[in-house]
Design a protein around this ligand. Structure first.
Ligand SMILES: [Zn+2]
Length: 356
């Protein structure tokens, strides 16, 4: 990222010849044990009696959810929760359509909501699915509190809050507001080059039937086809419960990459700068990219995200794989990391800020 230097994190294992296929769940598990086994056990032990709150901050499509879910998977599925504000707001649609759930929501809010907009206006806006009223931060806070009060004390990875600069101050006192014991809170800042986000969007494809989502360049399925008319390659669904005759499709507008979300990315960058400058709150800094010239020193080669190219050979399609080369936001030739090494860095930094 411009203006903030995210340190490089070494995940290379010295004197280990073993290689891991990080897209295979079992090999990934072995990989985590090798690279962060001790730290994983420390976190597991800690979570028996304690919890924490992490705020995930990164640009849209930077993979916040992916990292949090993988950490949960590796450390403790029952004691860790990835909590997306966006998902929660989307479920409100369902709540307002259900009389009983709506009454429950109104009841909770009448006791817990404090804010500048009258509660009845907000509920009316929710009911009419009006997008004219932007959900105020005070309401988001009350909703998060509702969600947490119905859950057991779990370590939380909050994704999507703070979302705007005015919400940063709320996040500073959030732990106190929701009465979350004395457990620590941590800001997790994720640095992903815009080029990475751009290509993730440009090449993403989804199965129209089962919603399996892949990427033509970065994460193909097992079955590749070639469209003679359009002169382009496509992916066929490889979900065993779906059909391998269905073509995965890109969304209209995705070919524009990050251009349509440029404003959002700028706000996200401002948010990261602001939280980076905060005193008194521990921070974890994660970076998705490593300069090519440093790669050998810091990484094992299988930790680098590959890109896939296709070639026709008679009736056969040959898949070629090579390290995906991108320019980071400073224009430096870099490799992008697979999610697991970023999660190793997250685990180790968490152990350190929690003082375990
Ligand atoms: Zn499918």
């Amino acid at each position: 990222m411009k203006n903030i230097e995210f340190p490089l994190f070494k995940t290379k294992a010295e004197n280990v010849k073993e290689r891991f296929n990080l897209t295979d769940p079992q090999e990934r598990e072995a990989y985590f044990q090798l690279k962060a086994g001790l730290e994983i056990r420390k976190l597991q032990e800690y979570l028996k009696e304690n919890s924490f709150i992490c705020y995930l901050l990164g640009k849209k499509n930077s993979g916040k959810g992916t990292y949090a879910k993988m950490l949960k998977e590796v450390v403790d599925k029952d004691k860790i929760e990835h909590f997306s504000i966006g998902d929660m707001v989307r479920t409100l649609d369902e709540v307002v359509g259900d009389k009983e759930k709506l009454a429950e929501l109104e009841n909770f809010l009448s006791k817990n909501y404090r804010g500048y907009l009258p509660l009845k206006d907000i509920v009316e806006a929710l009911k009419s699915r009006s997008t004219k009223i932007l959900l105020p931060s005070e309401l988001i806070l009350a909703l998060v509190k509702m969600k947490i009060s119905t859950d057991n004390k779990k370590a939380l990875f909050i994704d999507g809050f703070p979302r705007n600069l005015d919400q940063v101050s709320y996040s500073l006192f959030f732990r106190d507001l929701i009465g979350y014991r004395d457990d620590p809170d941590v800001f997790i800042l994720i640095d992903v080059p815009e080029k990475v986000i751009d290509e993730r969007i440009k090449y993403r494809v989804v199965c129209p039937k089962c919603q399996t989502s892949r990427n033509l360049k970065l994460l193909p399925t097992k079955y590749i086809g070639f469209d003679q008319a359009k002169k382009e390659y496509f992916l066929l669904c490889d979900n065993p419960e779906c059909s391998n005759e269905i073509r995965l499709q890109g969304k209209e507008g995705d070919e524009l990459g990050i251009e349509p979300i440029r404003d959002r990315l700028e706000t996200d960058e401002e948010l990261m700068k602001k939280t980076f400058a905060l005193y008194g709150v521990p921070k974890v800094l994660l970076r998705n990219s490593v300069p090519v010239e440093k790669a050998k020193e810091y990484l094992d080669d299988y930790e680098i995200t590959p890109e896939f190219n296709y070639q026709q050979n008679g009736n056969e399609i040959i898949i070629k794989e090579k390290p995906w080369l991108i320019q980071d936001d400073q224009g430096i030739d870099s490799y992008s990391l697979m999610p697991p090494p970023v999660v190793v860095s997250l685990i180790k930094q968490l152990v350190e800020v929690l003082g375990l």
